[in-house]
Design a protein around this ligand. Structure first.
Ligand code: TEU
Ligand code: CA
Length: 565
């Protein structure tokens, strides 16, 4: 199978927040089409679109009620055809989000399933009676003690039949039962239909949750003591590899187009990832792992701890080394679920923000793997200064705030955690220019804009050759022109240094060295890197600050350099 994606960069669009064209304050497909020239200029190879299917929008489209139609909020199937055509004309491929761990509770499959215990689709979802000897509806009567990822029990009692259904996410996202072969075949048919329409692959939402331990055991009690942790019973469950191999055979095998599959996999280990992405096993091209975006979590996501650069380097190196021989990495700092990278991993202090954002792009993209850019990352967009709890719109944040207040937690602490960790940080509208509403909409935006848009916006960045945008453009171009970046071996240097991120990439006699200073202090490289002298005359491929005195001169605050010899 072709490994074309090793030389490619993917750009993720969150359609709701990208570009509105009809003044309803919500981004849409014509908006994406209108910005294809911008994306072409950036030089990306693939676009991944977060879900645009018909949906009640309980989780902004990750709750789908019709897999084969487009939500009117975003446009029509004709708009998708137009997008595919226009993107392909620019050499850009289109990857769709595939959300098949669960549907919306308004999907006709679930509407049928809930209607009676003997409906033919009853078994398409996870229905269970109340716990033995307990009355349905009382706390603790749920079939297991699992907590939903969006707070509260993962089971919802349905009055129609007096049984509970499983929802690992919101109660409007019932989990499909992949044990049932009819479910799997229906999904494969839908996937073939999209590929036949001309799309170039899928990003598969929480795809490592589709195989559950069918005995549904209780989990260990978690932080609040109210619920248990079900993760061990559905993360990379017993039949996950079988299901993905079957999907590959039914959907992808024999197709000659250059397609891309990436599985989103919270909690996946390096060893599992090797199995998922080994081309000879015919499962997936790559997975999104979560280790590096969990390093600033304490006991749970809302318990934030400071990030130590040494831990980040150790984690990244473990993944680089683990997938060096077999399999392939995806590389990301950002997506629609994560706070903004420049605020989280570097600094959004206005004095250093531009340098820091370029440094992050440099460090990420020079690793071995396929890099992902999340909309606005190429501008160095920052976290949002949320004034109070009412500013949070995401279901995860809203539910957590409510649950935390009910549990008697301190509201300032909870607000602080939301400001740092809320997914809303990633979802403020794209900042296109300094006009009203940042050029995102002529109406009233569905989510508040970051007030820094007059300074941080695409029009200003495209006009400034020193901008974060043009640095990303150059880094992306390097992957296309330097084989060592796409294909070279990876070797981490100075793992114990608290501020220096340094590594080499080597390929067929060419060596590339990346050095980056994750601090506001000058950093002398002498003493940090053993064979520094051997790089003295090296070519500076790209730096993020005005040209350095020499290739090996001390690094200025937040400086990053790429050297080649
Ligand atoms: O996310 C899955 C996931 O486990 C996390 O990234 C999740 O957002 C978690 O709450 C982080 O704290 C995927 C989608 O990317 C996310 O947007 C959806 O809400 C979720 O699945 C359900 O479909
Ligand atoms: Ca719109």
């Amino acid at each position: 199978m072709s490994q074309w994606f090793r030389e490619s960069v993917v750009y993720q669009i969150y359609p709701r927040s990208f570009q509105d064209t009809n003044g309803d304050g919500i981004g849409d497909l014509p908006g994406i089409i209108s910005r294809l020239d911008y994306l072409e200029q950036l030089g990306i190879d693939v676009l991944w679109l977060s879900p645009i299917y018909t949906s009640p929008q309980d989780d902004n489209g990750y709750d789908i009620s019709d897999y084969q139609d487009i939500d009117p909020t975003f446009g029509t199937l004709a708009d998708v055809d137009e997008l595919i055509e226009q993107a392909h004309a620019r050499g850009i491929r289109i990857v769709m989000d595939l959300v098949v761990n669960h549907t919306s509770d308004e999907h006709p499959w679930f509407v049928e399933s809930r209607s009676s215990k003997d409906n033919p689709k009853r078994d398409w979802y996870w229905w269970r009676p109340a716990r033995d000897g307990m009355e349905a509806g009382t706390h603790g009567a749920e079939p297991t003690n699992w907590e939903s990822h969006f707070s509260g029990s993962a089971w919802e009692l349905d009055d129609a039949t007096g049984e509970y259904y499983l929802h690992l996410f919101s109660r409007k996202q019932p989990d499909l039962n992949w044990e049932n072969p009819q479910v799997r075949q229906a999904i494969y048919a839908m996937m073939r239909w999209w590929l036949d329409r001309g799309i170039d692959g899928f990003r598969m939402d929480v795809i490592n949750m589709i195989s559950k331990d069918t005995s549904l055991p209780d989990g260990h009690l978690t932080h609040g003591g109210l619920y248990g942790d079900g993760n061990p019973f559905f993360l990379c469950g017993p039949r996950i590899h079988e299901f993905l191999q079957e999907m590959h055979g039914e959907v992808f095998a024999g197709r000659t187009e250059q397609l891309l599959t990436v599985g989103e996999m919270p909690g996946v280990t390096v060893d599992e990832a090797v199995l998922f992405t080994d081309p000879e096993r015919h499962e997936l091209d790559m997975v999104f792992q979560f280790e590096h975006v969990g390093l600033d979590h304490g006991a749970h996501k809302w318990d934030r701890v400071p990030l130590d650069l040494r831990d980040l380097k150790a984690s990244m190196a473990r993944w680089q080394n683990g997938l060096a021989e077999r399999g392939w990495n995806s590389l990301y700092w950002n997506n629609h679920d994560q706070p903004r990278a420049v605020s989280r991993f570097a600094t959004d202090d206005p004095k250093y923000r531009v340098a820091a954002a370029k440094l992050l792009g440099t460090v990420l993209h020079l690793h071995r793997g396929t890099p992902y850019v999340y909309q606005g990352e190429e501008l160095g967009m920052t976290n949002v200064p949320f004034p109070d709890e009412n500013a949070f719109l995401d279901i995860e944040s809203v539910n957590y705030y409510e649950a935390a207040m009910a549990a008697g937690l301190d509201s300032d602490t909870v607000l602080g955690a939301l400001r740092v960790g809320s997914r809303d940080n990633a979802r403020s509208p794209m900042q296109w220019d300094s006009s009203a509403h940042a050029g995102f909409t002529e109406g009233s935006p569905w989510a508040p804009l970051n007030p820094n848009y007059p300074d941080i916006n695409a029009a200003a960045a495209v006009a400034d050759d020193d901008s974060v945008f043009h640095h990303y453009r150059r880094v992306i171009a390097l992957r296309h022109t330097e084989p060592a970046i796409a294909h070279g071996d990876f070797h981490m240097l100075a793992p114990d240094h608290p501020a220096l991120y340094a590594y080499t990439r080597s390929h067929e006699g060419t060596d590339v060295l990346v050095v980056a200073n994750f601090s506001g202090d000058e950093l002398d490289l002498g003493g940090c890197l053993e064979d520094l002298y051997s790089w003295t005359g090296a070519e500076l491929l790209l730096g993020n600050l005005a040209t350095a005195e020499s290739a090996t001169a001390p690094l200025r605050p937040w400086e990053a350099r790429i050297l080649k010899r």
